[in-house]
Design a protein around this ligand. Sequence first.
Ligand SMILES: [Zn+2]
Length: 297
Amino acid sequence: MPELPEVEALRLGLLNHLIGRKIETIQVFKPKLVYSNSNKRIECSYKKNEFETELKDQVFKSIKRRAKNLIFEFESGKIMLVHLKMTGQMVYQDSNVTTLGGHPIQLSENKLPNKHSHIIFDLDKGQLFYNDTRMFGYVLYFPSMQEFEKRDHFKGLGLEPMSEEFTLDYFKAGLKKKNKSIKSVFLEQSVVVGLGNIYCDETCFLAKVRPDRLCKSLNDDEIENLYHYAKLVIDHAIKEGGSSVANYLLADGSKGNYAFFHNVYQKSGQPCKTCKKPLSKIQHAQRSTVFCESCQK
Ligand SMILES: [Zn+2]
């Protein structure tokens, strides 16, 4: 699953090619992808027609990101929201460049469109593909930012870790309200977004606390360490373009190399970089969780 740094890398890559480009035609082959973001997806011809008609002739104005959502804004004010979920991928291609990001789909490296290309945008220069093997992702149309905001799509999401609003006081207050483990709170994203499985375990290792520690048991120094390292880990991962553990491809075709800096993720049984004792793995919050029993308290 692409995490926040990988989605940010895709956004930066697409920005270089899409701004100012005009959509000439759109083909939606799997209408359920444009139907809604709920678990109930219907092959609805009304939504497919609306998507294809309303986004025709639109010119890309900006691409923003909130958590793992990409928000494409057009010059007319219309909006397209994309979430890649488990296996979504976006590819821009013209005669000179191929720019892709999200889930690795080997076919996309040499053949487009392919059997996973479910939405194709023909632009005044090049093409944009939405590919998705398992089709949990979504690509939604909204007539305006106002209409989009009415849906309260980001309800319940915590702050962006690199935003100015994400202060130590906010983080402390957020954690102290939770009768849950650090990992559960990070994964539910209600206090801060972006700390999925990889970045949660890495942050906890650097902060020297176990991911399964209850938030209310943390002292002020431990919370300050978690705050500091959460920001550091996300900032570093964004600069490196994400992690290539699952072979996530970056928008420039290279693979994210934050994986070189992983201390614990997918390293159970290997020696801890600090104390050399083998790293432990447990199932916690329904996820594999790796940490050092001697360095992390
Ligand atoms: Zn250790």
